[in-house]
Structures are given as C-alpha cells and as structure tokens.
Design a protein around this ligand. Structure first.
Ligand code: FAD
Ligand code: NA7
Length: 461
C-alpha cells in the first residue's frame, strides 16, 4: 500500500523514548501491509533509551559531546507505571508477571526496550552520531542535516523530506546565579550532574527549586543518609508534610562563604548546593527560524497538536511538553506524526492551526492546580488518539490514578511509592514490592525481580 511513500526520507534526531516511539509507529503500520519510507534515526550516545540509558559520566562524553543524561542511581519511577504504560505493549506482556507500581530506572529501561528489541528498530539507528546543523530548502522542500560520526571523526550531510526532533528537553541545565556563590567552599552542582546520594552522606544540603528534581533528589539524599536537606523555593513550596530532616524555606538571597541567607531573614551553613532549577529547551543544531522557543510547560506555543512546527509542519517535534504522561503520550504523538508523514492525515491551514493552538494555550493559562493540569494533558492525549489508530486505553482511569498519586505524595512523600495501581491496559493489579521503598537501597533489576523467601524480608515495625 501507499507506494509513493517508499521514496520519501524521514530523519529522526534522538533515540530516546520519543524517537523510538516514532520508529515503532512506522513499524506498526508496516505490520498492516504498508510500504515503509526510508527512516534514519541519529543518536549521539552509543545506545538507545535517552534519559533511561544511565551514564556515570558528567560534563562531556568520550568524544567531547555534552553528556545528555540527567538520571541518577537509585532513581525510582516518580509516578505510577500504570500512567505511562504503552497501550500496544503492556507490562504484563513484558515481565510475564505483575510487578509493583513504582519500578526503579533499570526496570523501566528494560521495559522501554522490550517491544523494539523484537523488531528491526536498531537497523534504523546510527549511534555515536550527533546532528550538528539543519537547513531547509524552500525550492526542493528538503531538509539538509549535517552530521558528525563521532567514532571516526567525520562530518557528512544527508537530505530528508521530514525531520523529527526527538532530542529531549531535560538535559541542558538552567543555572541561576546567586550573589556570593562563587566563594561557597563546598560542592555546587546542577541536578543534571547529580549521579547519586552517596557523596552527600552526613552532609547538610541546600537544594534550590521546588519541582520534581528538588523533591526527588531531596528525598533520595535523606533516604541515603544526608544529615539534613533544605529546599529553597522561588514561587511556591512543594508543600507536603516533610519528615524531620527535610524542610522548605523561601528563596536564597545570597551566600557568604558556606552560609546561605534566605528571604525570610534566616541563615544557615551548608556543605553542598544542588541547583534543582530545571532545564532549557536547547536545540544547538537548529537555526533560529526552526527552533522551538519555550519554557517547560504543558503546551509549548507554535506546535500544532503539540507536534507540528506551525510555519513548517514537515518539521516535527516530539515530547516537548512538560510531562505528567510520558511514554504513552510520545506514542500518541508519534502515531499522529506518522500519519501526516504517510500522507494519511491532512493538516488544516496555518491560520486554522493557529486558532486551534490558541484555544489550548488559553486553557493552559487558566489551569489552577495539579488536578487541572492532569485533566488538560489527558484531554490533549484524547485529542491525539482520536486522530490516529494508536490503541485507545482508558484515559479517564489514568487521569484518576494521576490525581490519586498527587494526593498520595501530599499524604506521605516517603511511602507513596509503596502503593499499587491497576493497569488501564490489561486490568492487572500491580504486585506489592517485596521491600518497602524506604528500606530498599538496591535499585538493580535483579534485586527488583527477585522473589525472596518469607524469612528474608525485613519485618514491618
Ligand atoms: P530523552 O530521553 O531526553 O532522549 C533524547 C535523545 O536524543 C537522547 O538519547 C540524546 O542523546 C539524543 N540527542 C540529543 N541531541 C542530539 C543530537 N544533536 N544528535 C543526536 N542525538 C541527540 N519520566 C517518567 O515517565 N518517569 C520518571 O520517573 C521520570 N523521571 C525522570 C527523571 C529525570 C532526572 C529526568 C531528567 C527525566 C525523567 N522523566 C521521567 C522524563 C523523561 O524525560 C522521559 O521519560 C523521557 O526520557 C523523554 O524521552 P525523549 O525521547 O523525549 O527525550
Ligand atoms: P522543572 O519541573 O522545570 O522545575 C524547575 C524548578 O526550578 C521550579 O521549581 C522553578 O521554580 C525552579 N527555578 C527555576 N529557576 C529558578 C531560579 N532562578 N531560582 C530559583 N528557582 C528556580 O524541572 P525539574 O528538574 O524539577 O523536573 C524536570 C524533569 O526531571 C521532570 O520531568 C522530572 O520527572 C525529572 P518556579 O516554580 O518556576 O519559581
């Protein structure tokens, strides 16, 4: 079917969950008997998985490229796995048995790889290859992508009819300056370079920021033996009930040596400062007129359906939103993007697209709390699913689980990961993990999937 597509070329930048979703989307159509266009995916790391492909490195990599990874040891899913489950590849199918709702990073990495390991996805990916620069020719209607083969230190370029940018947006730190920090004697780092709590045992830590990174790194350092954790917020505190040893204070005004001063007039000495101040959407390979310019939010402006760059819809962005939903949202986007690239979905005019985006943007501006945000992203995904044949799943149920998760965190930030949820894809109830999260210091897949004998379990106190 659709033979004129076979001479189209599709370039994908990044083989993280978003780029892999795009490859999977084409493979799903091929399985239905459609002819595939030519697909080439460029990945600067030596393996797929994006953020989930853990790197011990910080700064620059083996070939001098900025390290992409921001993930760290002992990272456990910060939302229920039932909220990110692929609707075409369930956890049951992958693990063959129920697992708990909050698996550690290596387990989720294993899951992401499961469905594509069974296909020929790897053949489409050129690893150790950085996209260096992109240009677009109005006459030929083609993109030229300049690439660096890092291993052999060679630059070359290729042409594409469509370009999918799936390079992620939690990699380039937003690093603010606070007066006097240059004289702080201890470690000063951004969350991007945090690789685990071990080095902070026994220390008094200051974390600046009040979102996911501050919350998770703070709790992890507490769990793994930091002396104290202080979170400093700019706009709003996270506001949960913290255990003794973690507290929230207003923003730092300045530092004097190892002492931080806060807006409420208090001061305190610290051993280390971790900036959990978020990331920049950074596309050093894109010229100004093709670059998505946005802060981290649920509806970046100028992307029709959150995907198509409005002035040039052949330029496709995946996963650029702030994320409640992750893997299943990237899938829903990739399926819609695929249908457009295959000529199976026509887009309305540029003006009509503008009107549609404005409608979403206005709603986004009026969201008041976490529940509203969950509903917003749920409706966004429903809209995408109505446009393509990504297997529908019970999104209202997933939204309900997200809201329960928000409440669980408020109730107890240390135990919310012990809760279990029911899959909206298979109806399977998650298993309870053999060890409570606060007692589980080993995040390996082997330990996680291990089924201990009764007497090996840590007794509840
Ligand atoms: P990424 O995973 O960032 O992948 C982008 C890929 O593009 C990378 O492989 C990168 O090397 C490649 N790339 C970038 N630039 C170039 C270039 N110029 N040339 C070639 N390749 C390039 N989500 C959850 O669902 N649950 C969690 O618990 C969770 N925890 C998180 C914790 C942290 C610390 C962070 C940072 C994120 C977390 N996330 C979590 C969100 C996470 O970003 C998504 O799950 C997912 O990884 C996003 O996929 P992506 O493919 O869009 O981007
Ligand atoms: P987020 O969610 O983008 O949050 C960034 C946080 O940093 C947020 O609390 C901001 O406060 C704060 N921030 C930003 N700039 C400053 C300055 N200058 N001073 C003080 N505080 C600042 O990023 P995260 O890293 O937490 O999460 C990103 C992903 O990583 C997420 O998907 C997780 O799953 C893991 P604000 O509220 O804007 O005042």
């Amino acid at each position: 079917k659709n033979n004129e597509m076979t001479n189209k070329r599709i370039g994908i930048i990044g083989a993280g969950p978003s780029g892999l979703a795009q490859i999977r989307a084409f493979e799903a159509l091929e399985a239905k008997g459609y002819a595939m266009p030519e697909i080439v995916c460029f990945e600067k790391q030596d393996n797929w998985g994006g953020m989930w492909n853990y790197s011990w490195r910080t700064g620059v990599g083996k070939y001098g490229e900025p390290i992409h990874g921001s993930m760290y040891k002992y990272l456990w899913s910060n939302g229920p796995k039932e909220c990110l489950e692929f609707s075409d590849y369930s956890f049951d199918e992958h693990f063959g048995k129920p697992i708990s709702s909050y698996p550690p990073r290596p387990v989720l990495f294993d899951y992401i790889q499961g469905r594509i390991k069974k296909s020929k996805a790897r053949e489409f990916i050129r690893f150790n290859t950085t996209a260096r620069w992109v240009s677009y020719d109005e006459d030929s209607k083609k993109f030229t992508v300049v690439l660096d083969d890092l291993k052999i230190n060679k630059t070359y370029s290729e042409e594409f009819d469509y370009l999918v940018v799936a390079s992620g947006h939690f990699s380039t730190p937003n690093m603010p300056y606070f007066k006097g920090i240059e004289n702080f004697p201890g470690t000063v780092m951004h969350a991007h370079d945090f690789r685990g709590a071990d080095q902070f045992k026994g220390q008094n830590l200051l974390l600046i920021g009040s979102s996911y990174s501050a919350e998770d790194i703070g709790v992890q350092c507490y769990k793994h033996g930091a002396e104290s954790v202080t979170l400093s917020y700019r706009s709003n505190p996270i506001g949960v009930e913290w255990p003794e040893g973690i507290k929230e204070v207003p923003l730092v005004t300045h530092f004097e040596d190892d002492t931080a001063f806060f807006k409420n007039g208090t001061q305190e000495k610290f051993d280390a400062v971790i900036m959990c101040t978020g990331y920049q959407h950074k596309f050093p390979f894109l010229p100004d007129e093709m670059r998505l310019k946005t802060k981290n939010n649920l509806y970046p402006d100028n992307l029709y359906k959150g995907i198509f760059f409005n002035e040039l819809p052949q330029l496709i962005y995946l996963g650029m939103q702030d994320q409640y939903y992750t893997f299943n949202m990237f899938d829903a986007q990739a399926w819609v993007a695929r249908d457009y690239m295959m000529g199976m979905l026509e887009l309305p005019s540029e003006n009509e697209r503008r009107v549609d985006m404005d409608k979403w943007l206005e709603r986004n501006d009026n969201l008041e709390n976490g529940d509203d945000e969950v509903d917003f992203q749920t409706d966004y995904i429903k809209d995408l699913i109505s446009m393509s044949d990504y297997p529908p799943f019970n999104l209202d149920e997933v939204a309900r689980m997200f809201k329960e998760w928000l409440k669980d965190k408020e109730d107890n930030i240390l135990t919310y990961r012990d809760k279990t949820f029911k899959s909206a894809v298979t109806g399977t109830m998650a298993a309870e993990h053999h060890t409570e999260w606060m007692d589980e210091l080993d995040d390996s897949k082997e330990r996680y999937l291990y089924e201990p004998e009764e007497e090996e379990l840590i007794p509840e106190n």
